[in-house]
Design a protein around this ligand. Structure first.
Ligand code: P53
Length: 485
């Protein structure tokens, strides 16, 4: 038995344009930074190629053909009773190069039709402006978000779509998982994260300090762009609800050693400045001290700071998948900073998925409480959570009890956070309600869906959709307002 949530709670699911739509060069769309990512696998990073190279496997070129199938797919979401559906606008359908003088009407029309369809089905659109899919041209011509001019390109794009869809979309978020790039030294995923967030790719052997300074600069421009978009959005429609979006994961100390606890705090601060700026419009003192101490000297003007203060977000959108354990590599606390003094170690207390992601439902309740401690009363929407797993089709059925188990345990913790802890969570959108291309690995076989899509890692298959066992489970959860888990 779960705890009942209010009728207006936004149950649903979430995807991103580049992982689903395909049609990468159709309808006037330009090349995005996702279009030049090859397929990888667990612990085999996706390759970032110089442009599209013939003969390589680029899974985002086809996605699940959502560009052509969205009506039928949305009908399946409606069948599950979805109240809300999150997707992104592919920036490159609107401004194919990012610096174009005028938007591409065919791209604008495509989302007009899609949002009309959602509204017709009674499904609230929740829209991400920038989900790992900025125009590749902005990388080749400007060096991605290392260039201040990106602020204006993004703001123009945001203003264009806010104006166009002002009566069709109410819930927005600016940059997907903006703080991922703080993990830029991660051996397997670091390169991916700074690429997808900022369009930055460093030559082999670039010192970590240099990468960190570039990330801070890019992150700052992204935050200013977000804040300006928030302000413009509210001017276009005061009813808009515009959020920042972050991946959140609890960090646990490896032991009760004080150095481990301090290391946890430092690891958290290495990411939390993004949400602090989104929510409070100010850099935290710790960040300012760090920038000064390292001699980083980011380009942050007084005018930027004013923009940040004036464009704070209405809510936080979060993704939650897993938790991590942090171990101090030194007892000397003077060494702790964003790059030094700690490492991530396995957690012997929890199980992991086939991709090594820790399964930690209680960590979700912990995280929701922690966020509310940091930003009291700020609405939180969970816009990603789910279990990437291999599925097997037997006689046209997928018995995905493992996925139901994961989701059931996580939803139960969300309900406790809302009902017992009083945390203002306004929605739960699970990730990939229909199977899509994995962002991290480019695989099709890392599946999150309630709906199975018959396509494999090479893009082969009929594309047919099948309801998994979890489809009926989620339908019953939504219908019972979270009681029948
Ligand atoms: P996949 C980790 C690695 C890559 C992307 O991830 C990630 C994360 C989690 O922080 O972010 C989100 O597909 C992202 C989605 C993505 C989802 O996690 O690698 O917003 O685009 O698909 C799941 O299993």
């Amino acid at each position: 038995m779960g705890l009942k949530l209010n009728d207006d709670f936004l149950w649903g699911g979430a995807i991103a344009a580049h992982q689903a739509e395909g049609a990468w060069n159709v309808g006037g769309k330009g090349v995005s930074i996702a279009d030049i990512l090859t397929a990888g696998a667990h612990e085999k990073p996706r390759e970032i190629t110089d442009g599209v190279i013939e003969g390589l496997n680029y899974p985002n070129h086809h996605g699940i053909y959502f560009y052509d199938t969205y009506k039928a797919d949305l009908a399946l979401m409606a069948e599950m009773g979805f109240k809300a559906f999150r997707t992104s606008i592919a920036w490159t359908r609107i401004f194919p190069n990012g610096d174009d003088a005028a938007p591409n009407e065919e791209g604008l029309q495509f989302y007009d039709d899609m949002f009309d369809e959602m509204n017709r089905l009674g499904i609230e659109p929740v829209i991400t402006l920038n989900h790992f899919e900025m125009p590749y041209h902005l990388v080749t011509e400007y060096g991605g978000w290392s260039d201040r001019r990106l602020i204006d390109f993004f703001v123009k794009y945001a203003e264009t779509v806010f104006t166009r869809y002002k009566d069709k979309v109410k819930y927005w978020m600016t940059h997907n998982e903006i703080s991922n790039q703080a993990n830029l030294t991660d051996e397997t995923m670091g390169e991916f994260m700074i690429w997808t967030n900022s369009g930055l790719k460093f030559p082999e052997g670039t010192p970590a300090e240099e990468k960190l300074a570039a990330m801070v600069q890019a992150g700052h421009y992204e935050l200013v762009a977000s804040a300006k978009a928030v302000q413009i959005g509210h001017a276009i429609n005061p009813d808009f609800v515009i959020g920042g979006m972050l991946n959140v994961a609890p960090l646990y100390p490896a032991s009760s050693k004080p150095a481990d606890m301090l290391a946890v705090q430092k690891a958290r601060q290495a990411r939390d400045w993004f949400s602090d700026v989104h929510v409070r419009g100010e850099y935290p003192a710790e960040f300012e001290a760090f920038a000064k101490r390292t001699g980083m000297r980011p380009d942050i003007t007084e005018e930027d700071r004013e923009a940040l203060r004036a464009g704070t977000v209405d809510y936080l959108a979060i993704s939650y998948y897993n938790s991590f354990v942090i171990k101090a590599t030194s007892d000397d606390d003077a060494e702790f900073d964003n790059l030094h003094g700690y490492e991530i170690v396995p957690n012997p207390e929890v199980q992991v998925s086939d991709w090594g992601w820790a399964i930690d439902p209680q960590g979700l309740r912990y995280t929701l409480n922690e966020l509310n401690d940091l930003y009291p009363g700020l609405p939180i929407m969970i816009v990603e959570n789910g279990f990437g797993a291999y599925d097997e089709v037997v006689d046209g059925k997928v018995h995905d009890q493992y996925r139901i188990d994961y989701l059931k345990a996580h939803v139960a913790e969300v309900e406790k956070a809302v009902v017992m802890d009083g945390i203002p969570v306004i929605g739960y959108l699970s990730w990939g309600p229909i199977d899509i291309v994995s962002a991290g690995t480019g695989e099709m076989s890392k599946r999150y869906g309630y709906i199975y899509v018959d396509l494999d890692d090479m893009g082969e298959g009929s594309g047919e959709r099948l309801r998994k066992d979890s489809f009926d489970w989620y339908k019953q959860v939504i219908a019972s307002h979270g009681v029948d888990l």
